[in-house]
Design a protein around this ligand. Structure first.
Ligand code: HEM
Length: 453
Protein backbone atom coordinates (compact mmCIF):
# COMPACT_ATOMS: atom_id res chain seq x y z
CA UNK A 1 0.00 0.00 0.00
CA UNK A 2 1.58 3.38 -1.00
CA UNK A 3 1.97 6.15 1.59
CA UNK A 4 -0.92 8.63 1.68
CA UNK A 5 -0.57 12.38 1.01
CA UNK A 6 -3.14 14.89 2.27
CA UNK A 7 -4.10 18.16 0.63
CA UNK A 8 -4.76 21.26 2.82
CA UNK A 9 -7.33 20.52 5.53
CA UNK A 10 -10.76 22.20 5.23
CA UNK A 11 -11.29 25.32 7.38
CA UNK A 12 -12.17 24.60 11.04
CA UNK A 13 -15.88 23.83 11.46
CA UNK A 14 -16.36 22.99 7.79
CA UNK A 15 -18.15 19.75 6.96
CA UNK A 16 -16.11 19.32 3.78
CA UNK A 17 -13.86 16.30 3.41
CA UNK A 18 -10.10 16.53 2.97
CA UNK A 19 -8.63 15.37 -0.35
CA UNK A 20 -6.00 12.61 -0.07
CA UNK A 21 -4.19 10.30 -2.45
CA UNK A 22 -1.13 8.07 -2.95
CA UNK A 23 2.21 9.75 -2.22
CA UNK A 24 3.76 8.05 -5.30
CA UNK A 25 6.29 10.34 -7.02
CA UNK A 26 5.57 11.95 -10.43
CA UNK A 27 7.65 9.56 -12.52
CA UNK A 28 6.23 6.33 -11.01
CA UNK A 29 2.76 7.86 -11.22
CA UNK A 30 3.18 8.77 -14.91
CA UNK A 31 4.35 5.20 -15.69
CA UNK A 32 1.37 3.79 -13.77
CA UNK A 33 -1.05 6.04 -15.66
CA UNK A 34 0.54 5.16 -19.03
CA UNK A 35 0.31 1.42 -18.28
CA UNK A 36 -3.41 1.37 -17.51
CA UNK A 37 -5.13 4.65 -16.60
CA UNK A 38 -8.54 3.02 -16.06
CA UNK A 39 -7.24 0.46 -13.59
CA UNK A 40 -5.14 3.08 -11.79
CA UNK A 41 -8.22 5.29 -11.39
CA UNK A 42 -10.35 2.40 -10.08
CA UNK A 43 -7.72 1.56 -7.47
CA UNK A 44 -7.35 5.21 -6.39
CA UNK A 45 -11.09 5.85 -6.18
CA UNK A 46 -11.55 2.69 -4.10
CA UNK A 47 -8.83 3.83 -1.68
CA UNK A 48 -9.40 7.62 -1.52
CA UNK A 49 -12.89 8.38 -2.92
CA UNK A 50 -13.93 10.01 -6.23
CA UNK A 51 -11.91 13.19 -5.64
CA UNK A 52 -8.25 12.40 -4.91
CA UNK A 53 -4.73 13.80 -5.31
CA UNK A 54 -1.90 12.57 -7.56
CA UNK A 55 1.64 13.82 -8.06
CA UNK A 56 1.93 14.45 -11.81
CA UNK A 57 4.53 16.34 -13.85
CA UNK A 58 6.22 17.74 -10.73
CA UNK A 59 3.01 19.24 -9.39
CA UNK A 60 -0.11 18.03 -7.60
CA UNK A 61 -3.29 17.27 -9.51
CA UNK A 62 -6.66 16.85 -7.81
CA UNK A 63 -8.59 14.35 -9.89
CA UNK A 64 -12.33 15.06 -10.02
CA UNK A 65 -13.55 11.56 -10.97
CA UNK A 66 -17.03 10.66 -12.25
CA UNK A 67 -19.72 12.59 -14.14
CA UNK A 68 -21.03 14.60 -11.14
CA UNK A 69 -17.59 16.03 -10.42
CA UNK A 70 -17.00 16.64 -14.16
CA UNK A 71 -20.22 18.60 -14.36
CA UNK A 72 -19.39 20.70 -11.32
CA UNK A 73 -15.88 21.55 -12.49
CA UNK A 74 -16.59 22.14 -16.19
CA UNK A 75 -19.79 24.14 -15.65
CA UNK A 76 -17.83 26.29 -13.16
CA UNK A 77 -21.06 27.97 -12.11
CA UNK A 78 -19.56 30.56 -9.76
CA UNK A 79 -16.58 31.10 -12.15
CA UNK A 80 -14.17 29.49 -9.74
CA UNK A 81 -12.37 27.17 -12.19
CA UNK A 82 -10.10 28.93 -14.70
CA UNK A 83 -8.72 27.57 -17.97
CA UNK A 84 -5.83 29.89 -18.85
CA UNK A 85 -3.54 29.03 -15.91
CA UNK A 86 -4.32 25.32 -16.35
CA UNK A 87 -3.85 24.92 -20.13
CA UNK A 88 -1.12 27.51 -20.68
CA UNK A 89 1.69 25.47 -19.03
CA UNK A 90 0.67 22.40 -21.08
CA UNK A 91 0.43 24.29 -24.41
CA UNK A 92 3.37 26.67 -24.04
CA UNK A 93 3.39 29.97 -25.98
CA UNK A 94 2.14 28.37 -29.21
CA UNK A 95 -1.57 29.02 -28.74
CA UNK A 96 -1.47 32.30 -26.82
CA UNK A 97 -4.87 33.96 -26.51
CA UNK A 98 -6.65 31.10 -28.23
CA UNK A 99 -10.28 30.77 -27.08
CA UNK A 100 -9.55 27.87 -24.70
CA UNK A 101 -6.97 29.97 -22.84
CA UNK A 102 -9.35 32.90 -22.15
CA UNK A 103 -11.46 33.06 -19.02
CA UNK A 104 -14.76 34.30 -17.66
CA UNK A 105 -16.04 37.63 -19.11
CA UNK A 106 -13.33 37.95 -21.76
CA UNK A 107 -13.93 34.37 -22.84
CA UNK A 108 -17.69 34.92 -23.05
CA UNK A 109 -17.22 38.03 -25.20
CA UNK A 110 -14.83 36.32 -27.65
CA UNK A 111 -16.88 33.15 -27.82
CA UNK A 112 -20.06 35.02 -28.70
CA UNK A 113 -18.30 36.58 -31.73
CA UNK A 114 -16.70 33.29 -32.78
CA UNK A 115 -20.02 31.47 -32.48
CA UNK A 116 -21.12 33.03 -35.79
CA UNK A 117 -18.45 31.10 -37.63
CA UNK A 118 -19.88 27.84 -36.20
CA UNK A 119 -23.62 28.43 -36.57
CA UNK A 120 -25.64 26.44 -39.07
CA UNK A 121 -25.43 28.96 -41.98
CA UNK A 122 -21.63 29.10 -41.69
CA UNK A 123 -21.31 25.31 -41.37
CA UNK A 124 -23.49 24.81 -44.44
CA UNK A 125 -21.30 27.18 -46.43
CA UNK A 126 -18.16 25.10 -45.64
CA UNK A 127 -19.71 21.93 -47.05
CA UNK A 128 -19.09 22.54 -50.77
CA UNK A 129 -15.34 23.01 -50.25
CA UNK A 130 -15.19 20.07 -47.82
CA UNK A 131 -16.86 17.79 -50.35
CA UNK A 132 -14.49 18.88 -53.14
CA UNK A 133 -11.37 18.27 -51.00
CA UNK A 134 -12.53 14.79 -49.96
CA UNK A 135 -13.38 13.88 -53.55
CA UNK A 136 -10.01 15.12 -54.83
CA UNK A 137 -8.05 13.18 -52.20
CA UNK A 138 -9.93 9.90 -52.59
CA UNK A 139 -9.56 10.23 -56.38
CA UNK A 140 -5.79 10.48 -55.93
CA UNK A 141 -5.82 7.40 -53.64
CA UNK A 142 -7.29 5.33 -56.44
CA UNK A 143 -4.65 6.39 -58.91
CA UNK A 144 -1.66 6.19 -56.56
CA UNK A 145 -0.01 3.41 -54.57
CA UNK A 146 -3.09 1.15 -54.52
CA UNK A 147 -2.17 -0.19 -57.94
CA UNK A 148 1.03 -1.67 -56.44
CA UNK A 149 -0.90 -3.45 -53.66
CA UNK A 150 1.12 -1.79 -50.86
CA UNK A 151 -0.64 -1.38 -47.50
CA UNK A 152 -2.20 2.06 -47.30
CA UNK A 153 -0.96 4.06 -44.30
CA UNK A 154 -4.28 5.55 -43.33
CA UNK A 155 -3.21 8.06 -40.70
CA UNK A 156 -0.75 9.63 -43.12
CA UNK A 157 -3.36 9.80 -45.90
CA UNK A 158 -6.04 11.24 -43.65
CA UNK A 159 -3.60 13.78 -42.24
CA UNK A 160 -2.80 15.08 -45.74
CA UNK A 161 -6.52 15.44 -46.31
CA UNK A 162 -7.19 17.29 -43.06
CA UNK A 163 -4.22 19.60 -43.73
CA UNK A 164 -5.83 20.60 -47.01
CA UNK A 165 -9.06 21.24 -45.09
CA UNK A 166 -7.00 23.51 -42.79
CA UNK A 167 -5.57 25.43 -45.75
CA UNK A 168 -8.66 25.67 -47.91
CA UNK A 169 -11.68 25.62 -45.59
CA UNK A 170 -10.03 27.35 -42.62
CA UNK A 171 -7.71 29.81 -44.37
CA UNK A 172 -9.38 30.06 -47.79
CA UNK A 173 -6.04 29.39 -49.43
CA UNK A 174 -5.71 27.42 -52.64
CA UNK A 175 -1.96 27.52 -53.00
CA UNK A 176 0.66 26.27 -55.46
CA UNK A 177 2.09 22.93 -54.29
CA UNK A 178 5.36 24.33 -52.84
CA UNK A 179 3.68 27.12 -50.92
CA UNK A 180 1.04 24.77 -49.59
CA UNK A 181 3.80 22.38 -48.41
CA UNK A 182 5.62 25.29 -46.69
CA UNK A 183 2.50 26.46 -44.82
CA UNK A 184 1.38 22.92 -43.91
CA UNK A 185 4.85 22.25 -42.48
CA UNK A 186 4.72 25.47 -40.44
CA UNK A 187 1.26 24.55 -39.11
CA UNK A 188 2.45 21.07 -38.11
CA UNK A 189 5.59 22.44 -36.41
CA UNK A 190 3.51 24.94 -34.44
CA UNK A 191 1.16 22.19 -33.27
CA UNK A 192 4.04 19.90 -32.32
CA UNK A 193 5.76 22.66 -30.27
CA UNK A 194 3.39 22.34 -27.30
CA UNK A 195 4.28 18.66 -26.85
CA UNK A 196 8.08 19.24 -26.72
CA UNK A 197 9.90 17.50 -23.85
CA UNK A 198 12.58 20.25 -23.68
CA UNK A 199 10.49 23.33 -22.99
CA UNK A 200 12.93 26.01 -24.14
CA UNK A 201 14.22 27.08 -27.54
CA UNK A 202 17.52 25.51 -28.59
CA UNK A 203 18.21 26.06 -32.31
CA UNK A 204 16.77 23.11 -34.25
CA UNK A 205 14.79 21.56 -31.37
CA UNK A 206 11.00 20.99 -31.36
CA UNK A 207 10.21 24.05 -29.24
CA UNK A 208 12.37 26.27 -31.49
CA UNK A 209 10.76 24.84 -34.65
CA UNK A 210 7.32 25.42 -33.07
CA UNK A 211 8.10 29.11 -32.49
CA UNK A 212 9.47 29.43 -36.03
CA UNK A 213 6.34 27.69 -37.38
CA UNK A 214 4.06 30.05 -35.46
CA UNK A 215 5.88 33.12 -36.88
CA UNK A 216 5.42 31.77 -40.45
CA UNK A 217 1.70 31.03 -39.91
CA UNK A 218 1.17 34.43 -38.23
CA UNK A 219 2.78 36.27 -41.18
CA UNK A 220 0.79 34.21 -43.68
CA UNK A 221 -2.53 34.95 -41.94
CA UNK A 222 -1.73 38.66 -41.44
CA UNK A 223 -1.09 38.94 -45.22
CA UNK A 224 -4.47 37.41 -46.00
CA UNK A 225 -6.56 39.45 -43.56
CA UNK A 226 -7.00 42.65 -45.67
CA UNK A 227 -8.50 40.68 -48.57
CA UNK A 228 -10.63 38.59 -46.20
CA UNK A 229 -11.97 41.77 -44.56
CA UNK A 230 -12.76 43.34 -47.93
CA UNK A 231 -14.89 40.53 -49.28
CA UNK A 232 -16.85 37.96 -47.25
CA UNK A 233 -15.80 34.48 -48.42
CA UNK A 234 -17.02 31.05 -47.32
CA UNK A 235 -13.87 30.14 -45.34
CA UNK A 236 -13.36 30.30 -41.58
CA UNK A 237 -10.78 33.13 -41.74
CA UNK A 238 -13.22 35.29 -43.65
CA UNK A 239 -16.02 34.37 -41.22
CA UNK A 240 -13.86 35.45 -38.24
CA UNK A 241 -12.99 38.73 -39.98
CA UNK A 242 -16.68 39.57 -40.43
CA UNK A 243 -18.27 37.97 -37.35
CA UNK A 244 -19.89 40.32 -34.81
CA UNK A 245 -21.71 39.77 -31.53
CA UNK A 246 -25.18 41.18 -30.83
CA UNK A 247 -23.63 44.58 -29.95
CA UNK A 248 -21.65 44.72 -33.19
CA UNK A 249 -18.24 44.00 -31.56
CA UNK A 250 -15.72 42.27 -33.84
CA UNK A 251 -12.19 40.83 -33.63
CA UNK A 252 -9.15 42.97 -34.42
CA UNK A 253 -6.41 41.52 -36.65
CA UNK A 254 -4.36 40.14 -33.74
CA UNK A 255 -7.43 38.40 -32.33
CA UNK A 256 -8.17 36.85 -35.71
CA UNK A 257 -4.62 35.48 -35.98
CA UNK A 258 -4.55 34.14 -32.40
CA UNK A 259 -7.95 32.47 -32.78
CA UNK A 260 -7.09 31.00 -36.17
CA UNK A 261 -3.87 29.42 -34.87
CA UNK A 262 -5.68 27.86 -31.93
CA UNK A 263 -8.52 26.66 -34.17
CA UNK A 264 -6.00 24.93 -36.43
CA UNK A 265 -4.53 23.25 -33.36
CA UNK A 266 -7.86 22.32 -31.78
CA UNK A 267 -9.15 20.81 -35.01
CA UNK A 268 -6.16 18.99 -36.43
CA UNK A 269 -5.03 16.06 -34.26
CA UNK A 270 -8.50 15.55 -32.78
CA UNK A 271 -10.20 15.15 -36.16
CA UNK A 272 -7.39 13.21 -37.85
CA UNK A 273 -7.04 10.89 -34.84
CA UNK A 274 -10.79 10.24 -34.65
CA UNK A 275 -11.02 9.54 -38.39
CA UNK A 276 -8.10 7.11 -38.16
CA UNK A 277 -9.58 5.37 -35.13
CA UNK A 278 -12.94 5.00 -36.86
CA UNK A 279 -11.25 3.48 -39.93
CA UNK A 280 -9.46 1.08 -37.57
CA UNK A 281 -12.65 0.10 -35.73
CA UNK A 282 -14.44 -0.53 -39.02
CA UNK A 283 -11.52 -2.75 -40.11
CA UNK A 284 -11.52 -4.70 -36.81
CA UNK A 285 -15.32 -5.03 -36.85
CA UNK A 286 -16.15 -5.59 -40.55
CA UNK A 287 -19.87 -6.02 -39.77
CA UNK A 288 -19.94 -2.37 -38.73
CA UNK A 289 -18.11 -1.39 -41.91
CA UNK A 290 -20.81 -3.25 -43.89
CA UNK A 291 -23.68 -1.69 -41.94
CA UNK A 292 -22.29 1.82 -42.37
CA UNK A 293 -21.68 1.17 -46.08
CA UNK A 294 -25.24 -0.04 -46.67
CA UNK A 295 -26.52 3.28 -45.29
CA UNK A 296 -24.03 5.33 -47.35
CA UNK A 297 -24.98 3.52 -50.55
CA UNK A 298 -28.65 4.37 -49.94
CA UNK A 299 -27.77 8.07 -49.77
CA UNK A 300 -26.65 10.49 -52.52
CA UNK A 301 -22.91 10.88 -53.18
CA UNK A 302 -22.82 14.55 -52.11
CA UNK A 303 -24.62 15.12 -48.82
CA UNK A 304 -26.10 18.30 -47.36
CA UNK A 305 -26.20 19.31 -43.69
CA UNK A 306 -29.39 17.41 -42.79
CA UNK A 307 -28.49 14.32 -44.82
CA UNK A 308 -25.19 13.95 -42.96
CA UNK A 309 -27.24 13.64 -39.77
CA UNK A 310 -29.02 10.62 -41.28
CA UNK A 311 -25.84 8.51 -41.33
CA UNK A 312 -26.97 6.79 -38.13
CA UNK A 313 -24.39 3.98 -38.04
CA UNK A 314 -21.51 6.40 -38.64
CA UNK A 315 -22.88 8.59 -35.86
CA UNK A 316 -22.85 5.64 -33.42
CA UNK A 317 -19.38 4.55 -34.54
CA UNK A 318 -18.13 8.12 -34.07
CA UNK A 319 -19.61 8.23 -30.57
CA UNK A 320 -18.26 4.81 -29.59
CA UNK A 321 -14.82 5.57 -31.03
CA UNK A 322 -14.54 8.85 -29.11
CA UNK A 323 -15.78 7.11 -25.96
CA UNK A 324 -13.14 4.40 -26.08
CA UNK A 325 -10.33 6.53 -27.48
CA UNK A 326 -11.06 10.04 -26.23
CA UNK A 327 -8.96 12.57 -28.18
CA UNK A 328 -8.69 15.04 -25.26
CA UNK A 329 -8.10 12.66 -22.37
CA UNK A 330 -8.20 15.22 -19.54
CA UNK A 331 -9.56 18.71 -18.95
CA UNK A 332 -7.50 20.67 -16.42
CA UNK A 333 -8.61 23.78 -14.51
CA UNK A 334 -7.14 25.92 -11.71
CA UNK A 335 -9.30 26.92 -8.72
CA UNK A 336 -9.09 30.73 -8.40
CA UNK A 337 -10.62 30.68 -4.88
CA UNK A 338 -11.23 28.14 -2.12
CA UNK A 339 -14.12 25.93 -3.23
CA UNK A 340 -15.48 22.37 -3.11
CA UNK A 341 -16.15 19.49 -5.50
CA UNK A 342 -18.63 16.78 -4.46
CA UNK A 343 -18.13 17.64 -0.79
CA UNK A 344 -14.29 17.75 -0.88
CA UNK A 345 -12.44 20.96 0.07
CA UNK A 346 -10.41 22.41 -2.84
CA UNK A 347 -7.95 25.13 -1.81
CA UNK A 348 -7.31 28.16 -4.05
CA UNK A 349 -4.54 27.51 -6.59
CA UNK A 350 -5.24 23.76 -6.91
CA UNK A 351 -4.95 22.14 -10.34
CA UNK A 352 -8.21 20.18 -10.74
CA UNK A 353 -8.38 17.62 -13.55
CA UNK A 354 -11.45 16.01 -15.14
CA UNK A 355 -10.37 12.53 -16.36
CA UNK A 356 -12.64 12.15 -19.40
CA UNK A 357 -10.96 9.03 -20.80
CA UNK A 358 -11.43 7.23 -17.48
CA UNK A 359 -14.98 8.57 -17.03
CA UNK A 360 -15.87 6.96 -20.37
CA UNK A 361 -15.18 3.52 -18.89
CA UNK A 362 -17.32 3.65 -15.74
CA UNK A 363 -19.14 0.31 -15.28
CA UNK A 364 -22.07 1.94 -13.47
CA UNK A 365 -22.88 3.74 -16.76
CA UNK A 366 -21.55 1.60 -19.61
CA UNK A 367 -22.32 -2.10 -20.03
CA UNK A 368 -19.04 -3.97 -20.72
CA UNK A 369 -17.27 -0.60 -20.97
CA UNK A 370 -14.12 -2.00 -22.59
CA UNK A 371 -16.03 -3.45 -25.57
CA UNK A 372 -16.60 -1.75 -28.92
CA UNK A 373 -20.40 -1.70 -29.08
CA UNK A 374 -21.79 1.27 -31.08
CA UNK A 375 -25.38 0.14 -30.55
CA UNK A 376 -25.17 1.33 -26.93
CA UNK A 377 -25.87 4.80 -28.40
CA UNK A 378 -29.07 3.69 -30.17
CA UNK A 379 -32.48 4.86 -28.87
CA UNK A 380 -33.24 1.51 -27.24
CA UNK A 381 -30.22 1.45 -24.96
CA UNK A 382 -29.08 5.10 -24.96
CA UNK A 383 -26.48 4.43 -22.25
CA UNK A 384 -24.99 7.90 -22.79
CA UNK A 385 -28.22 9.58 -21.67
CA UNK A 386 -27.90 8.39 -18.07
CA UNK A 387 -25.91 11.49 -17.15
CA UNK A 388 -25.24 14.77 -18.93
CA UNK A 389 -21.50 14.17 -18.63
CA UNK A 390 -21.50 10.40 -19.19
CA UNK A 391 -20.24 10.79 -22.77
CA UNK A 392 -18.22 14.01 -22.99
CA UNK A 393 -15.39 13.84 -25.56
CA UNK A 394 -16.21 17.44 -26.53
CA UNK A 395 -16.17 18.65 -22.93
CA UNK A 396 -18.97 20.63 -21.29
CA UNK A 397 -19.85 24.03 -19.85
CA UNK A 398 -18.69 27.39 -21.18
CA UNK A 399 -15.61 25.90 -22.90
CA UNK A 400 -17.43 23.01 -24.60
CA UNK A 401 -15.91 22.38 -28.03
CA UNK A 402 -17.18 25.06 -30.41
CA UNK A 403 -16.10 22.89 -33.37
CA UNK A 404 -18.08 19.76 -32.41
CA UNK A 405 -20.51 20.05 -35.31
CA UNK A 406 -17.80 21.05 -37.77
CA UNK A 407 -15.82 17.95 -36.72
CA UNK A 408 -18.91 15.74 -37.14
CA UNK A 409 -19.57 17.08 -40.64
CA UNK A 410 -15.97 16.66 -41.77
CA UNK A 411 -15.60 13.17 -40.30
CA UNK A 412 -18.87 11.90 -41.75
CA UNK A 413 -18.21 13.44 -45.13
CA UNK A 414 -14.83 11.70 -45.41
CA UNK A 415 -16.11 8.32 -44.22
CA UNK A 416 -19.29 8.45 -46.30
CA UNK A 417 -17.23 8.80 -49.47
CA UNK A 418 -14.62 6.29 -48.28
CA UNK A 419 -17.32 3.67 -47.61
CA UNK A 420 -18.92 4.23 -51.01
CA UNK A 421 -15.65 3.97 -52.96
CA UNK A 422 -13.41 1.59 -50.96
CA UNK A 423 -13.29 -1.50 -48.73
CA UNK A 424 -10.49 -2.02 -46.23
CA UNK A 425 -9.23 -4.64 -43.80
CA UNK A 426 -6.48 -5.45 -41.30
CA UNK A 427 -5.17 -8.92 -40.31
CA UNK A 428 -7.39 -10.50 -37.63
CA UNK A 429 -4.69 -10.38 -34.93
CA UNK A 430 -3.65 -6.78 -35.68
CA UNK A 431 -3.94 -4.32 -32.78
CA UNK A 432 -3.22 -0.70 -33.59
CA UNK A 433 -0.29 0.53 -31.42
CA UNK A 434 -1.28 3.94 -30.03
CA UNK A 435 0.93 6.80 -28.93
CA UNK A 436 -1.12 8.14 -26.00
CA UNK A 437 1.30 10.88 -24.91
CA UNK A 438 -1.07 13.56 -26.30
CA UNK A 439 -4.00 13.08 -28.70
CA UNK A 440 -3.92 9.32 -29.40
CA UNK A 441 -2.42 8.56 -32.84
CA UNK A 442 -1.17 5.24 -34.25
CA UNK A 443 2.58 4.68 -34.00
CA UNK A 444 2.52 2.71 -37.28
CA UNK A 445 0.19 5.09 -39.20
CA UNK A 446 -2.40 2.24 -39.43
CA UNK A 447 -1.49 0.08 -42.47
CA UNK A 448 -4.61 -1.41 -44.11
CA UNK A 449 -5.36 -3.33 -47.27
CA UNK A 450 -7.43 -0.86 -49.24
CA UNK A 451 -9.39 -1.92 -52.33
CA UNK A 452 -11.44 0.18 -54.69
CA UNK A 453 -15.02 -1.11 -54.88
C1 HEM B 1 -13.13 14.94 -32.82
C2 HEM B 1 -12.80 16.21 -32.83
C3 HEM B 1 -12.72 17.11 -31.61
C4 HEM B 1 -12.71 16.81 -30.27
C5 HEM B 1 -12.82 15.44 -29.63
C6 HEM B 1 -12.61 18.06 -29.55
C7 HEM B 1 -12.61 18.16 -28.16
C8 HEM B 1 -12.60 19.36 -27.48
C9 HEM B 1 -12.67 19.49 -26.05
C10 HEM B 1 -12.74 18.33 -25.05
C11 HEM B 1 -12.67 20.80 -25.73
C12 HEM B 1 -12.79 21.42 -24.34
C13 HEM B 1 -11.48 21.41 -23.58
C14 HEM B 1 -11.65 21.94 -22.19
O1 HEM B 1 -12.76 22.26 -21.75
O2 HEM B 1 -10.65 22.01 -21.46
C15 HEM B 1 -12.57 21.53 -26.97
C16 HEM B 1 -12.53 22.90 -27.07
C17 HEM B 1 -12.41 23.56 -28.26
N1 HEM B 1 -12.44 23.03 -29.53
FE1 HEM B 1 -12.63 21.08 -30.00
N2 HEM B 1 -12.55 19.08 -30.45
C18 HEM B 1 -12.62 18.55 -31.72
C19 HEM B 1 -12.63 19.24 -32.91
C20 HEM B 1 -12.60 20.61 -33.03
C21 HEM B 1 -12.69 21.33 -34.26
C22 HEM B 1 -12.87 20.70 -35.64
C23 HEM B 1 -12.58 22.66 -33.95
C24 HEM B 1 -12.62 23.86 -34.86
C25 HEM B 1 -12.92 23.84 -36.14
C26 HEM B 1 -12.45 22.77 -32.51
C27 HEM B 1 -12.32 23.96 -31.82
C28 HEM B 1 -12.31 24.05 -30.44
C29 HEM B 1 -12.20 25.32 -29.72
C30 HEM B 1 -12.04 26.70 -30.33
C31 HEM B 1 -12.26 25.01 -28.36
C32 HEM B 1 -12.22 25.99 -27.19
C33 HEM B 1 -13.63 26.38 -26.83
C34 HEM B 1 -13.69 27.39 -25.70
O3 HEM B 1 -12.74 27.51 -24.95
O4 HEM B 1 -14.73 28.06 -25.59
N3 HEM B 1 -12.47 21.50 -31.98
N4 HEM B 1 -12.54 20.63 -28.02
Amino acid sequence: MPRTQFVVAPPAGSELRQVSGPATNSISQLLRQRRDPVRAAREDEAAYGPVYALNMFGTRWIIAGGPDAAQQVLMSKDRVFANGPAWQPLNGPFFDRGLLMLDFEEHRAHRSIMQQAFGRPALTSYLTDLHAIVERHLGEWSEGSLAQGDPALMHRRLERLTLDVALEVFMGARLPREESARISKAVMETLAGGGAMVRAAIPGNRWWRGLRGRRIVEAFLMDRIPAAREQQGSDLLSMLCHATDEDGARFDDRDVVNHMIFLLAAAHDTTTGTLTNMVYNMAKYPDWQKRARVRSLEMPHELGYDELAELTELEWILKETTRLCTPIQIEPRVAVADTEVCGYFIPEGSVVVVPTLVNHQRPEIWSHPEEFDPERFGDERAEHKQHRMAWAPFGGGPHKCIGQHFAGLEIKMVLHQLLRSFEWEVPQDYIMPLDMSATPIPKDSLPVTLRRR
